[in-house]
Design a protein. Structure first.
Length: 24
């Protein structure tokens, strides 16, 4: 498992949640 890939995946999730929070 690649650490960077895992980190990017976590960041993408946080960004999606953050964007959803702003749109709400």
């Amino acid at each position: 498992m690649c650490f960077w890939e895992r980190q990017d995946y976590g960041i993408s999730i946080q960004n999606r949640l953050h964007i959803a929070y702003i749109k709400t």
